[in-house]
Structure formats: structure tokens, C-alpha cells
Ligand binder design. Sequence first.
Ligand code: FMN
Length: 196
Amino acid sequence: MKKILVLNGSLGEQLGNTQFILDKMRIHLGSTVQLEFLHLQDFFKNHTHQEAIPQLAHKLNWADGFIFSTGTYWDSWGSPLQTFLEITTSFEGGDLFFGKPAAVVVTMHSVGGKGVLSRLQGVLNTMGILIPPMSGMVYSLAGKLAIEKESSWSDDFWSLQDLEIITHNLVTSLQIKQNFKSWPVDHDDPKRIWIK
Ligand SMILES: Cc1cc2nc3c(=O)[nH]c(=O)nc-3n(C[C@H](O)[C@H](O)[C@H](O)COP(=O)(O)O)c2cc1C
């Protein structure tokens, strides 16, 4: 059975809005895949960065694919997700990420989330992750309120029903055998000084 690591990078954590979306996705995924949830804020509260690196490596290695999720905070993804990206930079282009598909879900009130989604998909793809077609969405309070009013425009808003499509496209991508190649990646310390 294929394995999916679900990373919650939000500030709201287990009781937040983003987790609600992840719980819906869990229902769509049913028992077709094995799921493990990783609540990044909680994880980084309980582990130093030094402890986190091997544990994250173990979890990423276990996974065949990922769901990344976050709220929108001042036009950006959550600080726990940023920390994750910073400390897994050393895995860029490597087997832990390379060619594994990811769905991405973002929540927000009204503005900024689509930028977060597009930039996050771009970052993940540059790290080596496969972004399947129609595998990311933004669920917003604004969209939710708009959909509650019946309208011929409704299909233009992301809704909870789209989560079924997103999980389907993720699971489909898990089945595809690929032969991608990685370009060379500089694995020296990315924090080293280059201005002298
Ligand atoms: C500090 C902070 C900043 C926020 N900034 C934005 C924003 O820029 N745009 C927006 O639409 N919503 C913004 N929101 C609303 C959250 O994105 C939204 O409630 C989201 O679903 C929160 O997810 P969570 O409960 O999982 O943390 C912000 C919320 C907080 C707490």
C-alpha cells in the first residue's frame, strides 16, 4: 500500500481550519493508502533543529507522496512550514523528495492564498517534488460565503468538493512510474558567506 505523509504547516494546528480540510481529505483517501500526519508547529516545539533533521529524513523516506497544507498568514505560508523548508534544504534534489507527488491545500480568509499556493508548489517542485495536474487548491472564507448563495458562478470557486479531485490526482500520480533526472545540486552549507 502506498504511503502519504500529511504535513500541516499551519499555526492553527490540530484544532485549526486547515486541519478541517485535511480531515475531509482523509475521508476521500479512505483506506486506499497509509497516512501519517505531521503537525509541524508541534514537532518543532518538541525538537531542536538538530534532532528534527534525522527524524524528518526518516518520515520523508517512508513516504511515497505528500500532502502539504497551511493557512495564509500575511500573504505567506505558516512559519512552521517555512522552518520545514529551511531545514530540509539539505535534501533538495535527493531521494527523499525526488519524483514523489504532492498535493497542496491552502486556507485563507480572503486574499493572498493563491500566491501562497503557487509559490509553494514552485518551491516544492524545485526541491524535486512532482506536482500533478489540478492537485492544489485554496479554500477561503470568502469562497465559502459566496458558494452558500446559489449562483451560476459557483463552479468558479474552489469548494470542499474539489478535495475529491485533488486526492484522486495525487493517488493517480502515486501509481505512475517515472524516469526523471535531477540536475546537479550544491549540497554545501547554503548559509555560507558569498559576499566578502
Ligand atoms: C496572523 C494571521 C494572519 C493572517 N493573514 C491572512 C491573510 O493575509 N490573508 C487571508 O486571507 N487570511 C489571513 N488570515 C486568516 C487565515 O489564513 C485563515 O483563518 C486560515 O484558515 C487559518 O488556518 P489555521 O486555522 O489552520 O491556522 C490570517 C490569520 C492569522 C492568524
